[in-house]
Design a protein around this ligand. Structure first.
Ligand code: IPD
Ligand code: CA
Ligand code: CA
Length: 267
């Protein structure tokens, strides 16, 4: 695929996300059905499903041969090397309660490598988008990770696993540790948006475990293309299936990893 093809594909994915974003805003705070999935803190609504259906139809109409992995419908395989990875509503807990901090995340893989990503915040109408080798944009304007040089000057974000009720470590230990070591730690409820915020330089770093590929596929491309760094919790390459991720502006990355380890040892 040429750069032009990728840009065109990104535009189609952005249009699909914006269309689904209208639906999310219409029903924010008022879904008809709220069900639980893996735990009492893992929610799904009929709007999660409708959003995925809308995005899948829009992408299928242009790229009918591509594989599609969506949180709600699972994997539709294909004979091509392309696979969409879609979270149709990241931040369902916020959405259910009418808190306007949720997003749509779309990533595209080619032969296992992420080549396009976007995260759309329908409340602020902010579209974060990137294609491999093309930089990251926010509503069309180039963005970059922050220049914050050290952890003590940083603002971080994280999330707690949906299994937190029965297993609070290492999440609480890490949270307290970093709250004491940096400007602040935010826990706002949309991992895809945290990654977009790292890409935009609004946040300096992010760490979390127990994630799914659809939470992070779109955001990984944003951070990479904005000059940031992405690894697993040990500093190694990210495996989308592993569920753990650190994203940062690069400057604080090594310290983030060593402090995660130090916190684990002290607990
Ligand atoms: C959740 C959010 C949250 C993260 C959870 C995810 P969902 O996604 O990304 O920030 O901490 O692990 O499950 O369920 O709202 O799509
Ligand atoms: Ca999610
Ligand atoms: Ca979701």
């Amino acid at each position: 695929m040429t750069k032009n093809d990728l840009d065109q594909l990104s535009q189609i994915a952005q249009d699909a996300a914006k269309e689904a974003g209208v639906l999310l805003m219409k029903y924010s705070g008022k879904p008809a059905q709220v069900k639980t999935k893996a735990s009492a803190a893992d929610l799904v609504t009929e709007i999660d499903q409708a959003s995925e259906e809308m995005i899948r139809k829009a992408l299928d109409s242009h790229y009918p041969d591509f594989g599609f992995l969506g949180e709600e419908q699972g994997y539709v395989p294909s004979d091509t090397d392309y696979r969409w990875i879609v979270d149709p509503l990241d931040g369902t807990m916020n959405f259910v309660h009418g808190i306007p901090f949720f997003s749509i995340s779309i990533g595209l893989e080619y032969k296992g490598e992420l080549i396009m990503g976007l995260v759309y915040d329908p409340a602020l109408k902010e579209m974060f988008a990137a294609v491999k080798g093309g930089g990251t944009t926010l509503n069309g304007e180039r963005i970059q990770v922050s220049h914050t040089p050290t952890l003590d000057l940083s603002i971080l974000s994280t999330g707690f696993s949906s299994h937190f009720r029965t297993q609070d470590e290492p999440y609480l230990g890490w949270f307290v540790h970093f709250e004491r070591k940096c400007h602040a730690v935010r826990r706002m409820g949309s991992t895809a948006l945290y990654l977009a915020y790292v890409a935009a330089g609004r946040m300096d770093g992010f760490y979390e475990m127990d994630l799914k590929s659809w939470d992070i596929a779109g955001g990984i491309v944003l951070v990479n293309e904005a000059g940031g760094m992405i690894t697993n919790l040990n500093g190694g390459p990210v495996d989308l299936e592993d569920g753990e991720l650190i994203a940062s502006n690069g400057h604080i990355h090594a310290t983030l990893i060593s402090e995660l380890e130090a916190s684990r040892k002290s607990n």
